[in-house]
Design a binder for this molecule. Structure first.
Ligand code: PLP
Length: 496
């Protein structure tokens, strides 16, 4: 246990310089700002420098990221994010800025204010919206904010303060945050069953709208099967005709960005996951940003201090007074916003369009090539991702077994068992940043796993065998994570 969590051993320590001590009788003492005094290191574990370096390198090797290899985690858009954007977001002028500086020394913030305005304007152009707030911190947070706006708008169009239209339609392919956000905003949820082609069925939609109590619909397009809603113009028209609003979950914009705009499809409210499409990695618990765009008629309902006009004639308002419409303290996750700004500036709209085309092309290439290894239940032309499953795998090998075995082959597993409408789903999103050799490598791995499933099924069922830990009890790992030495002691005690 000590070797895992505690390398401290009294008497072993990294190099220390004593301020008073001369290195040799004839040398002068070291200048104070260069010398490291043993006393200032008190409280830090006694670990020799070489062991310290080995410790952190070993930890980094236990991790897997897109910098190690392919990460086809469907709907998460785990693409390579250029390191230069990290460097730019880390410039001291950005990292040392203080939110109160916007109030007390506004002139020194003019650069960042211009960046925020320009970013909002670029996002508005890309999505076909009129005004943007950069405040929400994630996709789900954007949904929450957008639904509050929907609620406020509908209340403003009716008598009394009890909302008459209080239901939100969410297709059965939707990401779990959609119904969760709607429930948090006190809407009732109507789950819309998909048609046989995995798309919205207009007949089911009509029936759901019929009672006249629908506040709106939440859709992601392409949907989580990677399919474009062919009837999208009719869908948004039907919802509008029934007095509802249309919310676009932009988490899947990597499959559409620059090709087609949610605003033109009839959507009124849009959130974007900057931590997917726009150069910040998704997942890993880091900060995100879920900017929210609205059509002009909703601009007055946009969250407080961050209301911005995508048409370039409204300015980032740096006021910080408490405002009931704010959904976040201060100005949002500025580091993520800067990365998105740099990404859009470096690619330009034409570059965005081209990268989206590669994302779509890569997904279709991969779908075609793995189509005779995995089962593809909705085998239509896809956008940035597609869904396969384990049907036809020999010896009872399941999606989970395949996903775990992929780790042994050096590829991160896809998103599994989602969307829920596909039994044993594997949602595969290669992204535009993988080249042909990586895509072919993926096909080779899937082929090998199918052969292993036939010839050596136990190996697949016991996978992974090359990772720092083998197959975990996922529920226990999530509910009772072992994060401290005390947790570990508890676990060892329980296991005895
Ligand atoms: C389709 C879809 N919608 C919404 C979200 C929620 O985004 P976030 O994780 O930033 O809250 C996700 C996240 O993966 C998603 O895939």
């Amino acid at each position: 246990m000590k070797t895992i969590f505690n390398l401290d051993a009294p008497g072993r320590h990294a190099t220390r310089f004593n301020l008073e001590e001369k290195i040799m009788e004839s040398t002068p003492p070291l200048p104070e700002n260069l010398a490291r005094d043993g006393k200032t290191l008190l409280g830090i574990p006694d670990v020799p420098e070489v062991e310290l370096v080995r410790h952190f390198i070993a930890l980094s090797r236990k991790n897997y990221g897109v910098d190690n290899g392919m990460y086809p985690l469907g709907s998460c858009t785990m693409k390579y994010n250029p390191k230069i954007h990290e460097m730019l977001a880390s410039l001291e002028g950005f990292t040392s800025i203080h939110p109160y500086q916007f109030l007390q020394d506004k002139e020194s913030c003019e650069g960042i204010i211009e960046i925020m305005n320009e970013l909002a304007s670029m996002l508005a152009t890309l999505t076909g919206m009129d005004a943007f707030s950069l405040q929400p911190a994630s996709g789900a947070h954007g949904e929450f904010t957008g639904l509050l706006i929907m609620r406020d708008y509908l209340l403003s169009t009716q008598e009394g303060n009890k909302l008459h239209k209080n239901k939100i339609i969410v297709p059965d392919t939707a990401h779990g945050t959609n119904p969760a956000s709607a429930a948090v905003c006190q809407f009732e949820i109507i789950e819309l069953e998909s048609g046989d082609d995995g798309l919205i069925d207009l007949g089911y939609l009509e029936a759901a709208l019929e009672p006249g109590d629908v506040a709106g619909i939440m859709l992601t397009n392409p949907n989580t099967l990677g399919l474009f809603e062919q009837d999208i113009l009719r869908i948004t028209e039907m919802v509008h005709d029934a007095g509802g609003l249309c919310y676009y979950d932009g988490a899947n914009l990597n499959g559409l960005c620059g090709l087609c705009r949610p605003g033109d499809m009839g959507f009124d409210i849009v959130h974007l996951n900057l931590h997917k499409t726009f150069s910040t990695p998704h997942g890993g618990g880091g900060p995100g940003a879920g900017p929210l765009g609205v059509k002009a008629f909703l601009a007055g309902f946009l969250v407080g201090s961050q209301g911005m006009d995508g048409m370039g004639n409204c300015s980032f308002d740096p006021k910080l007074e408490v405002d009931s419409r704010n959904v976040k303290v201060f100005h949002g996750n500025i580091g993520v916003l800067i990365r998105a700004y740099c990404y859009l500036k470096s690619l330009g709209f034409e570059g965005m369009r081209k990268s989206t085309k590669f994302a779509v092309f890569n997904a279709n290439y991969l779908k075609k090539r793995v189509g005779n290894i995995l089962n593809i239940p909705y085998d239509a032309r896809c956008y940035h991702e597609f869904v396969a499953n384990d049907e036809g795998f020999p010896n009872g090998i399941t999606t989970e077994d395949i996903a775990k075995r992929m780790l042994d082959h050096g590829i991160h597993a896809p998103t599994i068992y989602f969307p829920l409408i596909v039994h044993g789903a594997m949602m595969i999103e290669p992204t535009e940043t993988e080249d042909l050799s990586r895509l072919d490598g993926f096909v080779h791995v899937m082929k090998s796993i199918k052969e292993e499933a036939r010839d050596n099924p136990d190996m697949v069922k016991d996978a992974p065998s090359t990772t720092p830990v083998s197959r975990l009890d996922q529920v226990k790992a999530a509910r009772h994570p072992v994060l401290t030495v005390d947790d570990l002691k508890e676990m060892v005690k329980d296991e005895k």
